[in-house]
Design a protein around this ligand. Sequence first.
Ligand code: CP
Ligand code: NVA
Length: 315
Amino acid sequence: MNLSTPTLPTRHYLSFDALSAAEYAYLFDRTRIIKARFKRYETYHPLADRTLAMIFEKHSTRTRLSFEAGMHQMGGSAIYLNTRDTQLGRGEPVEDAAQVISRMVDLVMIRTFEQDIIERFAANSRVPVINGLTNEFHPCQILADLFTYQEHRGPVTGQTIAWIGDANNVCRTWMQAARLLNFRLHISTPPGYELDSQQLSHFDPEQVQQFSDPMKAVAGASLVTTDVWTSMGFEAENEVRLNAFADWQVDADMMRAAGPDALFMHCLPAHRGEEVTGEVIDGPQSVVWEEAENRLHTQKALMEFLLLGEMSDAP
Ligand code: CP
Ligand code: NVA
């Protein structure tokens, strides 16, 4: 049933900026309720008869599983489409695909390369479109990371988060989150991989700060986070990056410099011995498994919000 169009204006989730601070506060509250209900094995089917199309142009474990399981648990269904198996892989225009797909389902999630692709899709879609990762952004990841942070340490506002490594799609989404939710982000990348002044120009230098020394970036941070040195789509640069990033590994010394109360997060998949040591990711400060699980709960709240709006009743 294509139910969403007549009842609510179409809202897309293409970058972290798509929602307001108040809407994030609502989503985090809602996630807590939905997660608790799930843990009590209570049935909750607000999305009965709704269908999610998931279009993947890159690999995924967590994103596919959390959206597919989440939709199923809320009473709806999810359809997995790989670009290679669809006409998109044979050159059908994104605009045409959006027109057709959005007439058959209620919600679309896309993982692709350039941000421009999902923007063109969304511009031609009758139903909400969710960014499941692009070269530029990964908003669903930061949604889960911030919820995980809040579960452990309370509101992130006023805190300092340290990003160590590649200034990639996940890092750029942290930057948007810092601006919107008002926390400090310390970024440390190797020489040659820094954010340029144009990229930084949209951010308050007090809020988003670059450090050439990763040990200085983590000082005072309540969360240290990192990601792979080579993101999907950039595999040709892998060898060069292995050398360039060698001193940007999150290890026990770095976590000590942050302090004993600092959390460690990684969106996963991780490469132990590259961006993080096994000692850190499998150690007591790491919350990576909860972080991954929270993809499920936060995205359920997001899908509910995009399709049904704010729920005034207790679930
Ligand atoms: N973190 C994340 O998005 O994982 P997948 O690539 O497995 O979906
Ligand atoms: N930055 C990584 C994240 C994977 C979930 C990538 O884009 O490959």
